[in-house]
Ligand binder design. Structure first.
Ligand SMILES: Cc1ncc(COP(=O)(O)O)c(C=O)c1O
Length: 366
């Protein structure tokens, strides 16, 4: 068969092990997944209530234009409806952008330690991937600019960045956007924007009006706690949306997912409460790292990446045996570190107590 050459040797995305499998594997009654930056508080109680009462006819295709959710998003952000594109998660939008703009002969620029779907999709399309090393865990925007040439089609800025949780300041972002050539498409992936509290990160919405080569990506999977429903969205000028829309699958958001996202968007009180709880949780990890002299990246997200001074795969395995699924830094490109989703206060306390045991066992702590 005539497979794309680049598919040979490629592997599917490796998600963390599911909770039930870990329970069975290690004979555990309770397992916590702090691996994929989901919301430990679930989603708005209004979503839960809707789900109990809803009577959707599942025989009918969803609205392919997601009109009702689109109107809610447009009102929420004060943007036009034709300035929005909805995806089956922002993963879908990353794939759509890639399919629309990347092909053999062009290149794409991104940070070396960032969200793996950027390079995964680019590899499938046969585009050249240019990874630019982070500088102290932060996107090196000057080096990324230097990596852009006349063959560059897309540049990805993950802000805040997964897996380091760091941000580029508004000042740096603004200078960067002014210098990116007009024919290079900029993706500003803001999957964790709801968690940011650093004042140097300013509202980015106005940038899409200033730059016809920019898209903002956001999602209901993180702070909104709706990862299983798969709803992400992009905000860009109508001409960009019109180019991307034909690449989108016809019914890429289900009926239920459109409904719950719309309900969740209205409950900003829930988002605020999660933001507050996340800050408390983040402090637990920062205090642990500082007490033990472990390096950590300053996180503006609901996860934190920090040093364990031990083999990160071993720490990952040992924590899994004890009921916590996290991400090994080795799997993300930074050996000696782990990435942990900030859980509830009780989950964090338990996690850190067990991590202390593991790192003592590993000879890191006396
Ligand atoms: C930076 C970033 N972008 C996009 C995604 C994809 O999110 P979703 O497809 O659930 O919207 C993730 C998920 O982990 C992420 O971390």
């Amino acid at each position: 068969m005539k497979w794309k050459q680049q598919l040979f040797g490629m592997k599917a995305y490796q998600p963390g092990k599911p909770i039930d499998e870990v329970k069975k594997l290690f004979g555990l009654d309770e397992v916590f997944k702090l691996a994929s930056n989901e919301n430990p508080f679930g989603s708005s109680p209004k979503v839960q209530q809707f789900l109990q009462e809803q009577q959707t006819n599942h025989a009918i295709y969803p609205d392919g234009y997601a009109q009702s959710l689109r109107t809610s998003l447009a009102n929420f952000y004060s943007v036009a409806e034709n300035e929005l594109i909805l995806g089956n998660g922002s993963d879908d939008l990353i794939a759509i952008i890639t399919r629309a703009l990347l092909y053999p002969g062009v290149n794409t620029v991104m940070a070396d330690l960032s969200f793996s779907q950027y390079w995964h999709n680019a590899d499938i399309e046969g585009a050249e991937v240019r990874k630019v090393p982070l500088k102290e865990g932060v996107h090196d925007l000057d080096a990324m600019l230097a990596a852009i040439d006349e063959k560059t089609s897309v540049v990805w800025v993950c802000n805040p960045n997964n897996p380091t949780g760091t941000i580029v300041t508004d000042e740096d972002l603004s200078a960067f956007l002014a210098k990116v050539p007009e024919d290079v498409f900029v993706v500003l992936d803001e999957a964790y924007i709801e968690y940011v509290n650093d004042p140097s990160y300013k509202d980015t919405l106005h940038y899409f009006r200033e730059y016809p080569n920019l898209i903002l990506l956001r999602t209901f999977s993180k702070a909104y706690g709706l990862a299983s429903f798969r709803v992400g969205y992009g905000i860009a000028q109508p001409e960009v949306i019109a180019k991307l829309d034909p690449v989108r699958a016809p019914f890429n958001n289900t009926v239920l997912s459109q409904q719950v996202a719309q309900i969740a968007l209205q409950d900003q009180e829930f988002i605020e409460s999660c933001r507050v709880a996340n800050e408390i949780g983040k402090k637990q990890y920062v205090a642990f790292c500082e007490r033990h002299g472990l390096n950590y990246f300053p996180s503006q997200t609901n996860f934190i990446m920090f040093e364990v001074k031990a083999d990160s795969n071993v720490v990952f395995e040992e924590m899994m045996k004890r009921g916590f699924i996290i991400r090994s830094g080795a799997a993300l490109g930074l050996e000696g570190y782990i990435r942990v989703t900030i859980g509830t206060e009780a989950q964090n306390a338990k996690f850190l107590q067990l991590l202390e045991d593991v790192l003592t066992e590993q000879g890191v702590f006396a």
